[in-house]
Design a protein around this ligand. Sequence first.
Ligand SMILES: Cc1cc2nc3c(=O)[nH]c(=O)nc-3n(C[C@H](O)[C@H](O)[C@H](O)COP(=O)(O)OP(=O)(O)OC[C@H]3O[C@@H](n4cnc5c(N)ncnc54)[C@H](O)[C@@H]3O)c2cc1C
Length: 439
Amino acid sequence: VVGDDHVLTDPDLTAQYARDWTGRFRGSTPVVVRPASTDQTAGILRVCSAAGAAVVPQGGNTGLVGGGVPLAGEVVLSMRRLAWIDPVDRLAAQVSVGAGATLEAVQAHARPHGLEVAVDLAARGSATIGGMVATNAGGLRVIRHGDMRAQLAGIEAVLADGSVLRRMHGLVKDNTGLHFPSLLCGSEGTLAVVTAVRLKLVSVDAEQTVALLCFASLVEAVAAVAELRAWPVPLDAAEVFFADGLALVTRHLDIEPPVPRDAGAYLLIACGGRSDLSTELAAAVAHLSCAPMDIAVATEPRSRAELWRLREAHTEAINAAGVPHKLDVALPAAALAPFADTVRTRVTAVEPGAQVILFGHLGDGNLHVNVLGAEGDDVDDAVLRLVLEHGGSISAEHGIGVAKKQWLELDRSAEELEAFRAIKRALDPQGILNPNVLV
Ligand SMILES: Cc1cc2nc3c(=O)[nH]c(=O)nc-3n(C[C@H](O)[C@H](O)[C@H](O)COP(=O)(O)OP(=O)(O)OC[C@H]3O[C@@H](n4cnc5c(N)ncnc54)[C@H](O)[C@@H]3O)c2cc1C
């Protein structure tokens, strides 16, 4: 179907497809197949269906829940060669792309038109649009533009039997029955293989301001986000990290931070518009009920990037320190601080030597709980149960994958899970697509 060159069987070549970005999930595969078109993807799935061979779709392999790696010897369907990008449709502010196009490539393609993809994340250089749809990626700007699901104007996908669903005309209003982009978004490769996506684009802000605010506590940072949300200029991002993460990042990058190292919580906010908003931002910060202990503000691209780096480098700095258990969770705003206060104690109760590093997308109530030095799954169990005690969700944006599968039934009802399974059975009756993921 794809030609010999794109069927990899040499273990030296397939190994990189068989382990995840964190190094926590490692499997093996007899074969990696790399289609370059929708037809080839359909052809491969027909062959796999006939053979009853399980398939793991894979994009950039930056997923953090082990959903894109062959842990049970599955065939890997690598989508990276479907990297085409159509000309930008400026009238509609949309673009159609192959599932294997990276976020960074689509960003670079749209920017000369004054447009950009509204979702952004630190793995942009490798994460593919297909993978981002499959995981319903969130990232840094959800507070302003919503998650990946909110960016979808059309989708093309291949079902397990090789049939193709295609609705790519990009109509903003289209109430003609089930909305397949919504159904497939977040399905983690279990219902269909995404081959193309029609993306909505947003205008690039001419001016951007980034500020790093140091607060005595997370309670104060959460209150500041609530007050800044009421401000007339929309926030682009409201990100949080803590002193232990800042220490790890500055050591990893060998840099000095522009703010004191001992704040209780660091809130990075970004906003943008047609003109420089730094004066308005300063006024809004001056009116906060709890004044920050310290502030660093950046309006120039380089200094903005330096502030962003302190937050974005958390994932790589933590990975450089060891193999983390990464628990991406969501909490109601009021529960963020109580959860953060308790989670370290809960983790060390089951794993005394473990180190817990928190950071995340505070504006979305999304914390990433990173645990270094954990052996088994007891830590995951302790953290996820604590999340549920606080009325949260065990996955905010990374998905369930294999990492959180055993806890899904604590979060979703039996009726919901049976509905998931019924949809899975209808679209993939043999169960060959990502059989070990989600349900
Ligand atoms: C440094 C770093 C920062 C990150 N930051 C964020 C963040 O801020 N927000 C966030 O949400 N995530 C983040 N992630 C996680 C990751 O980048 C996202 O989950 C991303 O959407 C995965 O895309 P991918 O192409 O790498 O998918 P993969 O890792 O290859 O696959 C992920 C899942 O999608 C399925 N899949 C992949 N391609 C397809 C397809 N074409 N059709 C059907 N199923 C498919 C796979 O089977 C798997 O279940 C980060 C990761 C890293 C390493």
